[in-house]
Design a protein around this ligand. Structure first.
Ligand SMILES: [Zn+2]
Length: 289
C-alpha cells in the first residue's frame, strides 16, 4: 500500500478506514474539518433559504395583506376619526339651567300644585290673539300656529279650545267647579288660581277629531299626532298618562304646554315625560297643606 502515499488523496478517500495510521489521521482531521465546514455551510444556506422561504410564505400574505388591507385600512381610518366627531357633538350636553324654571316669564317655568306663579296674579306682557278670542304669548302663539298648520297639512283638524287664562278668570272657574263638584274633585279638574299653567300664556287645550278636552282625544288621529309631533313645535303633553302622582293631574291628552323646541325634543329624546322629573323637582300630587 505504498500507493497510498503516492496516490494521495484519491485513494485516501476511498480507503479511509484501512489507510495507515499517521497520514490518514491528518487527512481524517482535515476531512472532518471540511465536513464540518460543509455542514455549517449547508446549515447556513439551508437556514437562510428556510428563513427566506418562511418570509416568502409570509410575503404573499404580507404583500397581499398590506396591498388588500391597505385600502381597507386607508378607508377604515377616516371613518374611525368620523365616529369621534359625532361624539364631540354628544358632549354639548343639554344645559338644564340655561333658562329659569321659577321666573313666570321664562318659557321653562314649572307651575304645579306646589309651585304657584310668583307673584300669584302674574300676567304676561306679550299676549297675542290666536283666533276664536284666545290668546297666547307671542312665541307660543307662533308655535301653535306652526303645529296646527303642520297637522292640517296631514289632513288633521286640530283646534285650540282654551289658551291663556288670567288669574281673575281662574278664580271664577275654580269657585264654579268647587260649588259644582266640591273642592276635592274640583282640584283634580281645575287648578287653583295662581297654580294654573294657563295663566303663563304658554299653555293651551287643543281638540279635534270630534273630541274636545276629553280623554277620547287620545284616541283620535289628531290626538295621536299631537302626542307624536308636538315636541317638534316646542309643545309638551304636560299631563301624561300614569303621572298623576307627579303632576297632580290625571291624563290630559289635550293640554299642551309650550317650552320651546330644545327642551321639548330633549324630553322626548330622553323619554322623561314630565317637567318635574326632567328638572329633578319634587312630585306635586296635591296642594301642600
Ligand atoms: Zn289645560
Amino acid at each position: 500500500m505504498t500507493r497510498t502515499t503516492q496516490a494521495g488523496e484519491q485513494e485516501t478517500v476511498d480507503d479511509q478506514g484501512t489507510a495507515g495510521p499517521a497520514a490518514p489521521a491528518r487527512h481524517r482531521g482535515r476531512r472532518w474539518l471540511l465536513l464540518l465546514l460543509a455542514l455549517v455551510t449547508v446549515l447556513a444556506v439551508g437556514g437562510a433559504v428556510w428563513l427566506q422561504g418562511d418570509g416568502d410564505e409570509g410575503v404573499p400574505i404580507a404583500e397581499g395583506g398590506p396591498a388588500t388591507i391597505a385600502p381597507t385600512t386607508a378607508t377604515a381610518t377616516p371613518p374611525t376619526p368620523l365616529p369621534p366627531s359625532p361624539e364631540p357633538t354628544t358632549p354639548p350636553a343639554f344645559d338644564r339651567t340655561q333658562l329659569s324654571i321659577t321666573d313666570p316669564a321664562s318659557s321653562w317655568v314649572v307651575v304645579n300644585k306646589a309651585r304657584p306663579l310668583s307673584p300669584i296674579d302674574w300676567a304676561p306682557a306679550d299676549l297675542v290673539p290666536i283666533g276664536n278670542g284666545y290668546q297666547l304669548r307671542a312665541e307660543a302663539a307662533q308655535a301653535m300656529d306652526a303645529m296646527i298648520s303642520a297637522a292640517a297639512a296631514q289632513g288633521l283638524d286640530l283646534g285650540v279650545q282654551s289658551a291663556y287664562r288670567p288669574y281673575e278668570y281662574q278664580v271664577g272657574l275654580f269657585s264654579a267647579q268647587v260649588s259644582r263638584f266640591g273642592e276635592e274633585r274640583a282640584e283634580v279638574q281645575v287648578a287653583r288660581p295662581g297654580y294654573s299653567e294657563h295663566q303663563t300664556g304658554l299653555a293651551a287645550d287643543v281638540g279635534g277629531g270630534g273630541c274636545d278636552i276629553e280623554s277620547c282625544f287620545a284616541t283620535t288621529a289628531e290626538g295621536q299626532w299631537v302626542a307624536a309631533h308636538a315636541a317638534e313645535f316646542g309643545w309638551l303633553v304636560r299631563y301624561p298618562e300614569g303621572r298623576q302622582d307627579v303632576t297632580g293631574f290625571k291624563y290630559e291628552p289635550w293640554h299642551v304646554r309650550y317650552v320651546g323646541v330644545p327642551l321639548a325634543t330633549e324630553m322626548q329624546r330622553t323619554g322623561v315625560p314630565t317637567m318635574e322629573e326632567f328638572f329633578g323637582l319634587p312630585a306635586a300630587p296635591g296642594y301642600p297643606g
